[in-house]
Design a binder for this molecule. Structure first.
Ligand SMILES: C[S@@+](CC[C@H](N)C(=O)[O-])C[C@H]1O[C@@H](n2cnc3c(N)ncnc32)[C@H](O)[C@@H]1O
Length: 437
């Protein structure tokens, strides 16, 4: 193979000295790029891939064959497949996730509060529909509506509700969260005497809502330093904690009446061999007072993603970017989490399938994003993203996972998981409340 390429001038030898220079230059570039991101973590996987970029540019310069550009991209896909997926090994777990939340989303959101929410709200009342009705008729109606609004947003057309009435997407985005926050406070009975812990909080909206509307004392934990600093700036007690290491922080955190994991347990299982959900629930049990409640909203995968064998291109493209652009995994529907309840002194007191709310949230989020994108300084955004790509191992996958493209409704990895097609949807989303017995 190498002889063949050499004969055809598609590959040229590289001297030892040139290799040293290449390694040095790539290292310096990556150190500078890393220091310019919010995350500031040096990634070894990104360094290996960047070395290949350097090597590919070297070959392109001498051979003029631009096919070399594919080498680093293919290397990264193979690396993810063989090392992460097959060997279930991560040199630096959650580095991609940290770049996703500290950098990618921070660049996208900027000061725009409509994009500030990382999880679904409750949209039934706002859109005059029943999001708990999973009949084919209701699901199809919502899916047709969503696809049309996604495509219309690119065409600058008016976004409408399911009765064809014009809607203000910013209002739906904000109000949908408020409805959910109220549901949480009511169903968990949060009051001024409650001690509340939110694990994996986002942009503080829920924590602020609970503090301001109930007077409860609320503490937060997150893996993202940006989020933790932001919480502290806003007067909350907050700690940088990886869900996986929760057991090391039990004494420091103390006991709680309420624990909330709102759309964050999706980042718990990260190619682990042990039963990570059981372990996590043991810690929840230790942190809860007797009679205390734990509320989670967590995506569950549905029957081996059920449509993987059909539409191979669509499904593997989406699944790959979803899995590698985020570092996580889902429990299996319906009881991937609840089956550990008894073991851990927990009793399920409420369980709802909120898949349609998550789908609607995603459509609204993309409509806001597409509208807002027109106002961005594109060059500035491109430079920031390129810089973060150099620093982060799977930034391209994160970018493809969350960025909407025109006419690519079925190739939008985040959305794909909620799209109902041929009688099947890859995931469901559950809201579950447990009580400690
Ligand atoms: C989808 S967002 C949800 C945020 C927030 N609960 C909300 O509703 O907007 C997931 C959050 O989990 C955090 N996260 C991801 N992996 C984590 C981990 N291993 N440990 C702790 N937090 C993590 C992320 O930084 C992010 O803030």
């Amino acid at each position: 193979m190498f002889n063949y390429l050499k004969k055809n001038n598609q590959i040229i030898d590289i001297s030892k000295n040139s290799i040293y220079i290449l390694v040095f230059v790539v290292l310096v570039i990556q150190i500078i790029s890393t220091s310019m991101t919010n995350t500031k973590k040096f990634s070894i996987q990104a360094f290996l891939r960047n070395l290949l970029w350097g090597y590919a540019f070297y070959q392109i310069y001498y051979t003029k064959n631009i096919l070399w550009l594919f080498v680093p991209i293919i290397f990264n896909i193979l690396y993810n497949y063989l090392i992460h997926f097959k060997l279930k090994f991560k040199i630096q777990p959650y580095v991609t996730t940290e770049y996703l939340y500290n950098d990618f989303f921070e660049y996208v959101i900027k000061d725009n509060t409509n994009l500030n929410y990382y999880t679904e709200g409750s949209y039934g009342n706002l859109l005059n529909i029943n999001t708990l009705d999973l009949s084919k008729k209701n699901v199809n109606k919502i899916m047709n509506w969503g696809e049309e609004q996604y495509n219309n947003a690119f065409l600058n057309k008016t976004i409408v509700d399911l009765n064809n009435k014009k809607i203000d997407v910013s209002n739906i985005a904000n109000k949908g969260q408020e409805y959910k926050f109220k549901w949480i406070v009511d169903n968990l009975n949060i009051n001024k005497n409650s001690r509340v812990l939110e694990l994996g909080f986002g942009k503080l909206d829920l924590m602020k809502y609970i503090r301001d509307n109930t007077g409860a004392k609320i503490i937060g934990c997150n893996i993202s330093k940006e989020h933790v600093d932001d919480a502290i700036k806003n007067g909350f007690k907050a700690y940088q904690v990886d869900h996986k290491n929760l057991d090391k922080h039990i004494n420091k955190l103390g006991k709680f009446d309420i624990i909330i994991t709102n759309g964050t347990l999706e980042y718990l299982e990260n190619r682990d061999n042990i039963n990570i959900y059981d372990k996590f629930m043991k810690n929840v049990n230790k942190l809860l007072n007797k009679g205390g409640k734990w509320y989670t909203t967590t995506i569950h995968y549905n029957k081996d993603y059920c449509i993987l064998d059909k539409y191979l291109d669509v499904n593997y493209y989406n699944l790959y970017n979803l899995a590698e652009g985020n570092e996580g995994g889902y429990p299996k529907y319906p009881d991937g989490l609840t089956k550990y309840s008894k073991n851990n002194n927990l009793k399920v007191i409420k369980q709802e399938n909120r898949w349609l709310d998550y789908y609607i949230y995603s459509i609204i989020w993309y409509c806001c994003y597409i509208k807002l994108y027109k106002k961005y300084n594109k060059l500035n955004l491109f430079i920031k993203n390129l810089n973060a790509y150099i620093a982060s191992p799977n930034y391209l996958e994160s970018y493809l996972c969350y960025t909407p493209f025109k006419n690519m409704y079925y190739y939008q990895p985040w959305l794909w998981q909620f799209i109902y097609k041929d009688g099947c949807v890859p995931t469901y989303h559950q809201w579950i409340i447990w009580e400690k017995i």
